[in-house]
Design a binder for this molecule. Structure first.
Ligand code: GDD
Ligand code: MN
Length: 372
């Protein structure tokens, strides 16, 4: 196996129509250099295999097909990166929204050791995006970028799908768990890159086909961020999330407690209110179990959830009973807060001490093939 100077990883999903122009423009941009183009395809329904076979006669193109795609775009990119033979790794989209002419500029800072991660950026001076965005989309993008600050520093376009890094940087990564679209952000975080450089690009309009970026992807991004926070702040992040959910629960419970307040049936009302708070917690638990299934050590996460919930309810009832017997003057908020606090304390102690449910940094589900 010969090493190449440069490996270009291109994830594709029904992009056959874009590939000939992509290869031609990449070829022109990298003339005289040794490179490979790795197409990572997830069972496209168009004629991607035929088009690739034809192009491989002229260009150093390799088609890698994932027969059982996992983890979407991010999974595809990682699959390609791990197989790449180049010293310099570039990731770009197939739809020609990322100008291949910028490749030399993108690679240069790595070669000169001026950066360990280079982003083709739409938002630095000189960069552009296609069309005009509505106000909602603009705010959405601003918030998304701000939330990524801890891992991407002061970069303007950390979500870009056009980026380059050295193979040695990739190999220094631990715990890469790709999820959705933002694989660049994942790599910046997990490789703990220090110097990020942005090169302005003109983000072109799509040539053929349509974007695969859906609303679902945007929610996935939140989940992705949550994981990255866990990685970067292994203690602070899980405890913040616990507190946030607890605060939500307190509000929901208080609403219920107030709405059904009945001085003669305090225990019943407290149980009802606490059940509502539990229902909310359950929503978060569903997400936790769905997205983290591979990482959860417990074999029956639902059983433990309901076990702990039952214990919480018992303690809340006892607290309500005790309070209603002891106190003659109290404010409903006071009453609810004490009862809820006791329930929470039980949850925390049981989950953490008894079940060893230490959330936060997830280990890889199985050994990664990173360093082979
Ligand atoms: N193999 C594989 N599997 N490829 C995929 C998948 C997948 O599940 N989903 C998308 N792709 C490929 C597409 O075929 C395309 O080549 C590239 O990934 C980007 O997909 P688009 O659907 O064109 O994404 P976009 O233009 O909306 O988003 C681009 O900009 C975003 C920032 O606004 C991408 O570069 C994103 O990564 C980037 O975050
Ligand atoms: Mn696109």
């Amino acid at each position: 196996m010969t090493a190449f100077e440069i490996s270009i990883i291109v994830p594709t999903l029904n992009e056959a129509a874009n590939l000939p122009a992509l290869c031609e423009r990449v070829g022109r941009a990298l003339v005289g250099r040794s490179y490979e183009i790795r197409i990572v395809d997830d069972n496209s329904k168009d004629n991607t295999p035929q088009v690739c076979a034809e192009l491989a006669k002229t260009y150093p193109l390799i088609l890698m097909t994932r027969t059982q795609p996992k983890n979407g775009l991010g999974g595809a990119v990682l699959f390609g990166l791990q197989a790449a033979l180049g010293e310099i790794l570039v990731v770009m989209d197939a739809d020609l929204q990322h100008p291949p002419e910028k490749l030399p500029e993108l690679i240069a800072p790595l070669e000169k050791n001026e950066a360990d991660f280079v982003i083709g950026s739409r938002y630095v001076a000189g960069g552009t995006t296609e069309g005009k965005w509505g106000i909602f989309r603009q705010i959405n993008s601003k918030v998304a970028t701000l939330l990524a600050r801890p891992f991407a520093g002061r970069t303007q376009d950390p979500m870009s799908g056009f980026f380059a890094l050295k193979k040695s940087t990739l190999q220094s990564a631990t715990h890469i768990t790709p999820l959705g679209y933002k694989i660049g952000l994942e790599l910046m975080c997990k490789c703990r890159v220090k110097q990020v450089k942005e090169i302005p690009i003109d983000f072109a309009a799509r040539q053929h086909g349509e974007s695969k970026l859906s609303l679902k992807e945007q929610f996935r991004y939140l989940e992705h961020l949550s994981r990255l926070y866990d990685f970067t702040y292994p203690r602070l992040s899980p405890i913040s999330k616990f507190l946030l959910v607890s605060l939500f629960g307190w509000f929901v419970g208080l609403g219920t407690f107030g709405a059904y307040f009945d001085a003669d049936h305090l225990i019943r009302t407290a149980i009802l209110a606490y059940s509502c708070a539990l229902a909310l917690t359950m929503l978060f638990h569903v997400r936790y179990i769905r997205t983290q299934r591979d990482f959860i050590l417990e074999s029956r996460p639902w059983l433990s959830f309901f076990g702990v919930a039952a214990a919480e309810l018992i303690v809340v009832s006892l607290t309500a009973w005790w309070l209603s017997r002891r106190l003659h003057y109290f404010h409903p908020v006071e009453f609810w807060t004490i009862a809820y606090g006791m329930g929470l304390a039980v949850r925390y102690v049981l989950r953490k001490e008894l079940l060893q449910d230490v959330r936060g940094l997830r280990k890889e589900p199985r050994p990664m093939e990173m360093n082979r």
